[in-house]
Design a protein around this ligand. Sequence first.
Ligand SMILES: [Zn+2]
Length: 252
Amino acid sequence: MNIPEEKVLEQVNQFRDMWSLKEEPIQDIFLEAVNRNFIVIEFPSNFQISGFFVEKKDRDKMFNCIYINSLEPVGRKNFSLAHELYHCYFYKSNDTICGSKNRKDPIEKAAELFASNLLIPRKHLYSLLKKNSIKNTMQVNTKFIFALQKIYKVSFQAVLYTLKQMKDNPDYEDAIPSNINSAIFTKYYNHKYFEELTSLTLSDDKLNNLNSVIPRFKLPDRYKDILVQNYNGNKISNDELKEIFDFFEESI
Ligand SMILES: [Zn+2]
């Protein structure tokens, strides 16, 4: 099954309607998902997994659960979450897990395209570049890409892919800097250079962690709230609460 790009773009619009999102950058997609009762779990995994989505039945209730691999950079994790949301609302994955090994599957490709257009609304980026007359004034260097990453909260590679895609699109190409030479950046698609990119990013802005890996164990917020409620109701002891939070390296 091939899913045409126009269809995916339509699905992005449908999704924005469902979640009442504007065609703008999403500040914290994890928070948006948690606010809509998604159970999001994160922990590090070495098995080329980006994430997966499952519907879990608990008595008569259904829960949407998303796992995200925290061994991937922060910007990529936002993308993985958007990708898994596609599986939740549109087409389920043919595989149990989503990762680099099944990127050629048409549903996986559609989920990637969905994530890209959801997180980087093309019209928004187009007007931003136009407004600042970026085309003729801006040298496309790492600093420029970092700046766009910070606006859209995505990975370096996601920005690069988008700029290249827009350059080939007659609707947008007049805003894309002509001097873009993406070849010089392609090495950053390779895991071998991830650390180099991380330090380059942090030396540009020490608060920009989008290219950093933070291999955390993240307890779903819903469980955290239930634990604290139980503690406040004297159902579990201080030590028990502390033990669970310590395991997830979270502060109470
Ligand atoms: Zn997938």
